[in-house]
Design a protein around this ligand. Structure first.
Ligand code: KG4
Ligand code: ZN
Length: 340
């Protein structure tokens, strides 16, 4: 049974956000502090691991103190500290893991390790109930594109995944081709809303029964379209190109999610990861399931991108299951969700 006032400090440093948050009873957000480094990485067109680690070191103590203060809790009030173990950049993960270990040891608080993707999925539980199983999670981030079947809390089966680029990665690469700043996803999203999907681009359906994805062909098709137009002296409306690219990504994501939801008889679909912030995807997915008995949950934008509230929420599940990490915990850049 859930302890009455379970209070968890979540810590997230897997990529370019230094984040800490306090969550009560797995669902109630008491504070959520995120120090973003995007400005420092922008001029390099992507995250520079060494810069990320340095920022995490500078920010982590401040961010944790602020989260505790905002929530009005002391270390003695904490039931557990939950930290992202992986996947992510190893140097970045280590800052969070070592901070969590130091605090857990110093204050005798249980330590719980969390898979970053489980965190993205559980961001949904801070907003809406996540109690209807089987549940299907569409995870679309900068590093992942996966369809994950959950039979119960904390159990994950990957039924489809990208064979090459992640959806967010494709967005970022296409954005770079269009000379847009990093991260490119939000810019393409905005441009797509101003354009029309009039340019014919491929959709990678793969084998009929496969829930896998592939986005590298689409990315190449966008680059080729631009290149050919330039050689022929033809002007391409960048908003139309963004809309056409987005249409291709969304159509495949939405259709495969719908088919998988039907095939596995799921009761709830949740969307997770940075690309879940995409307005086109949010609208289309909601429409596709509109006249079905399947409930679709999409977190608000601020819960889609990396944060520690989601780590605390996923940590609550692990904590309730009695799982504990010890002082041997290490950052694991290749941590697998199913083995978690
Ligand atoms: O989950 P996330 O914050 O970090 C990872 O764990 O990867 O996802 C970041 C990704 C980036 O590729 C970014 O371009 C993409 O999410 N993204 C978007 C949007 N907002 C963020 N992609 C499409 N449309 C958006 N509105
Ligand atoms: Zn993420």
């Amino acid at each position: 049974m859930q302890e009455k006032n379970e209070i968890i400090l979540g810590i997230e440093t897997s990529c370019d956000e230094t984040a800490a948050a306090i969550v009560k009873n797995g669902t109630e957000l008491l504070s959520n502090v995120v120090a973003s480094q995007i400005e420092s990485h922008k001029r390099f067109g992507g995250v520079v691991p060494e810069i990320a680690s340095r920022h995490h070191v500078e920010q982590i103590t401040i961010v944790i103190e602020e989260a505790m203060k905002e929530a009005g809790v002391e270390f003695a009030d904490l039931s557990a500290i939950a930290v992202t173990e992986g996947p992510g950049l190893v140097g970045a993960l280590l800052i969070g893991v070592n901070s969590a270990k130091a605090l857990a040891l110093a204050h005798s608080i249980p330590l719980v390790s969390v898979h970053h993707i489980a965190g993205h999925i559980y961001a949904n539980r801070l907003q809406e109930p996540m109690e209807e199983f089987p549940l299907l999670a569409l995870v679309v981030s900068g590093g992942h594109t996966e369809l994950i079947l959950m039979e119960e809390h904390g159990s994950y089966e990957i039924i489809g995944e990208t064979r090459d680029d992640a959806a967010g990665e494709a967005y970022d690469k296409v954005a770079r081709t269009l000379k847009l700043p990093y991260p490119g996803g939000p810019h393409i999203d905005k441009m797509a809303a101003e354009g029309s999907p009039v340019i014919d681009l491929p959709r990678a359906w793969l084998e009929a029964d496969s829930f896998d994805f592939s986005f590298s062909g689409l990315k190449s098709a966008v680059i080729n379209t631009l290149h050919n137009a330039k050689q022929r002296g033809i002007e391409i409306n960048p908003n139309d190109l963004a809309a056409s690219f987005q249409e291709s990504v969304i159509e495949v994501l939405v259709e495969k999610t719908y088919r998988a939801a039907r095939e596995y008889g799921v009761k709830q679909v949740v969307v997770a990861g940075g690309v879940a912030a995409n307005r086109g995807l949010r609208g289309r997915l909601t429409d596709r399931f509109a006249n079905t008995e399947i409930r679709v949950s999409i977190p608000p934008l601020w819960l889609c991108t990396d944060n520690a509230a989601m780590i605390a929420a996923a940590g609550s599940i692990e904590y309730q299951k009695g799982k504990r990490a010890d002082m041997k915990l290490n950052g694991n850049p290749g941590l697998e969700l199913e083995a978690f």
